[in-house]
Design a protein around this ligand. Structure first.
Ligand SMILES: [Fe+2]
Length: 209
């Protein structure tokens, strides 16, 4: 399971939920167990089940990774496959970039990561403000992302629904569907974004950037 959790981007049919490196109450008080049960245990499981159901009779798609399935769905305008595979990809990305709060918000960040953030955004404060503004700007359901393009340049972007960022490598995302925060923060997306920073795995972030 440990390997599957680390290598989920290589996973193919049948998809299964990841064993996270933290328990469902480990992100409290920033993301509570009730939210994690609804979001990780139930909602993500539904996306996985739906995706497996689609693939059950599609032998031609069973060796594809999530990104390959998403590309296939885009090319073939298969909206349902696109939604389910995107939902699994985005949630796997989100839940594996988190870790229990340590009390030190930016512990684990490498000097190289700080250098890149500073070079692009002027510093952590500005980066977090711009990322939060992007997350707040998502109308309805979606995600905000920090990504790097083919030249290694950082940029902040957003995706609607279960779309994934195109032609870039994701580094960080925040799920801003209401299901990610309404059980704890009601409709206060800003409060959820503030809490999110406490549970980002900055070691993983630094490896990706
Ligand atoms: Fe979600």
């Amino acid at each position: 399971m440990e390997n599957a959790t680390q290598n989920w981007e290589q996973m193919t049919y049948p998809f299964f939920n990841l064993t996270l490196n933290y328990s469902l109450h480990a992100l409290e008080p920033h993301i509570n167990a009730k939210t994690m049960c609804a979001h990780y245990d139930r909602l993500l499981a539904t996306y996985i089940n739906n995706l497996n159901q689609i693939l059950e009779t599609r032998l031609d798609l069973q060796n594809m990774t999530l990104i390959e399935l998403i590309d296939y769905a885009e090319t073939n305008r298969d909206i349902n496959l696109r939604r389910q595979a995107g939902g699994v990809y985005n949630h796997f990305f989100f839940f594996t970039e988190l870790r229990p709060a340590t009390g030190q918000i930016i512990i684990g960040i490498t000097p190289q990561a700080t250098q890149k953030i500073t070079a692009t955004f002027g510093g952590w404060k500005t980066f977090k403000e711009q990322f939060a503004n992007a997350a707040l700007s998502v109308f309805g359901s979606g995600y905000a992302w920090l990504v790097k393009n083919n030249k290694g340049e950082l940029r902040i972007t957003t995706t609607a629904n279960q779309n994934v960022p195109q032609e870039c490598t994701p580094i960080l995302c925040i799920d801003v569907w209401e299901h990610a925060y309404y059980l704890q923060h009601l409709n206060e997306r800003q409060a959820y974004i503030d809490a999110f920073w406490h549970v980002v795995d900055w070691v993983k972030f630094s490896e990706r950037i």
